[in-house]
Design a protein around this ligand. Structure first.
Ligand SMILES: Cc1cc2nc3c(=O)[nH]c(=O)nc-3n(C[C@H](O)[C@H](O)[C@H](O)COP(=O)(O)O)c2cc1C
Length: 394
């Protein structure tokens, strides 16, 4: 593993010397970037001696490479920002790249881990908490600081955690639990055309499916995301194959073409059960119907039932969005559709479900106790779902 430590100017820096040494002894390749404030606490000489490499602190640190920030960003499998100052967290959360360290971080697709440490009042400042939330939303992994006595004599939350906790966090294989796996995720709502400008759609925003795709990619999976129309953008675009579809027929075709070799299929798309029997080839005029327009609808094929499941496909999970009798309806679906997992969510509740950033779900699996994931950000819900999937396909 290639670990890039980005060291910023906090008093806990001396503890990071041990963490760097630990990772080198564990056989990892380690390089160090320091902010100029960080160099006032511990000298670069300490880290260059430990890593047997130069310490990068400016755009001209590497005389052989004029674009060292991009080279380092590409080199790293993992970037560990420790200790992370309130200032640096703010820069990361807001896309600021005004020095070498922040530019490397912004240029990298690698997994990012942030270990904040600061005075309790700084930690509790609403701006810092806002920035922390943004980092979580961006998929950055966080090791929360400890409670306890702080360097300046204060007591409270803000302490850099003990070396055992820090080393475990940096080495935690959870980050790559889906490495080598291919996952197909469907997201968003389908649209069935009525005429060239109108359609039958639904309220699905795609947020849950996108969260699953992004977290699965962060966990090491190769992800194909098949999505209905949505304004959402993938944050780690270069790592996820995105296919945009409209109707159930498009979805079916995209699945047929991309399912080969997949280990896992997660159906988070809200699929239309019916489509218009005869799509008008011209825009229908209001006055043509004497005040009453009837549309004949025909049932769409069951996408999962008609899918030819390849041998590689070990796990299929679906969502059941219900407004009533949630668990009964979801349990029926698991058998009818031959699923390994159903994630049931109550879309009747406006605080969760469609278009919300948060979700609360019940996970149902055959012959296993149900698991309730209480109201949480969709990314957190996605991570919990994917961890269960990873355990079962291992
Ligand atoms: C003695 C001293 C200790 C500091 N400790 C911390 C700290 O633990 N956490 C923090 O967020 N800032 C701390 N600061 C403030 C940062 O060094 C300051 O915000 C600086 O601008 C951070 O720059 P950087 O993020 O580029 O490294 C400390 C400053 C001094 C002078």
């Amino acid at each position: 593993m290639k670990i890039l430590f980005v060291i910023t100017g906090g008093i806990a820096e001396y503890k990071v010397v041990e963490a760097v040494r630990f990772q080198i002894k564990a056989g990892n390749q380690v390089r160090v970037v320091m902010t100029s404030m960080a160099e006032r606490f511990v000298t670069p000489l300490t880290f260059s001696t430990l890593t047997n490499n130069i310490v990068y602190d400016d755009f001209d640190s590497d005389t052989e490479n004029p674009v060292a920030h991009v080279a380092l960003a590409d080199w790293a499998d993992q970037i560990v920002i420790a200790p992370a100052t309130a200032n640096f967290i703010g820069k990361m959360a807001n896309g600021i790249a005004d020095d070498f360290a922040s530019t490397v971080v912004i240029a990298s697709h690698a997994i990012k881990k942030v270990l904040p440490a600061m005075n309790v009042n700084m930690w509790n400042n609403p701006s810092v908490q806002r920035n922390m939330k943004q980092l979580r939303d961006d998929g950055v992994l966080i090791l929360e600081p400890d409670n306890g006595l702080l360097a300046e004599g204060y007591s409270g939350k803000g302490r850099f955690p003990s070396s055992d906790v820090v080393n475990q966090f940096i080495n935690d294989p959870q980050n790559k639990i889906l490495s080598g796996k291919r996952i197909v995720v469907t997201a968003g709502g389908t649209r069935e055309a009525i005429d060239p400008v109108r359609f039958i759609g639904n309220k699905s925003s795609g947020k849950m499916g996108f969260a699953i795709a992004e977290v699965a990619s962060q966990l090491g999976a190769k992800v194909t995301l098949i999505t209905g129309p949505t304004k959402l953008k993938i944050t780690n675009e270069s790592k996820i194959k995105r296919i945009d579809i409209e109707s159930v027929a498009d979805l079916q075709e995209a699945l047929d073409q991309n399912i080969s070799g997949a280990d896992v299929l997660i159906m988070a798309a809200a699929v239309s059960d019916y489509r218009v029997a005869q799509i008008s080839d011209h825009k229908m005029k209001k006055d043509d119907f004497n005040g009453k327009l009837s549309l004949e609808l025909v049932e769409n094929p069951d996408v999962l039932a008609s899918l030819k499941r390849p041998k590689s496909l070990k796990y299929v999970a679906g969502f059941a969005a219900e407004t009533n009798d949630l668990l009964v309806n979801a349990s029926r679906k698991i058998i009818k559709k031959n699923l390994n997992m159903i994630i049931a969510n109550d879309v009747g509740n406006p605080q969760i479900g469609f278009n919300s950033n948060e979700n609360e779900v019940t996970i149902i699996r055959p012959n296993q106790a149900n698991i309730v994931i209480s109201k949480n950000e969709k990314k957190v819900v996605a991570e919990k779902i994917l961890k269960l999937v990873a355990e079962e396909i291992d």
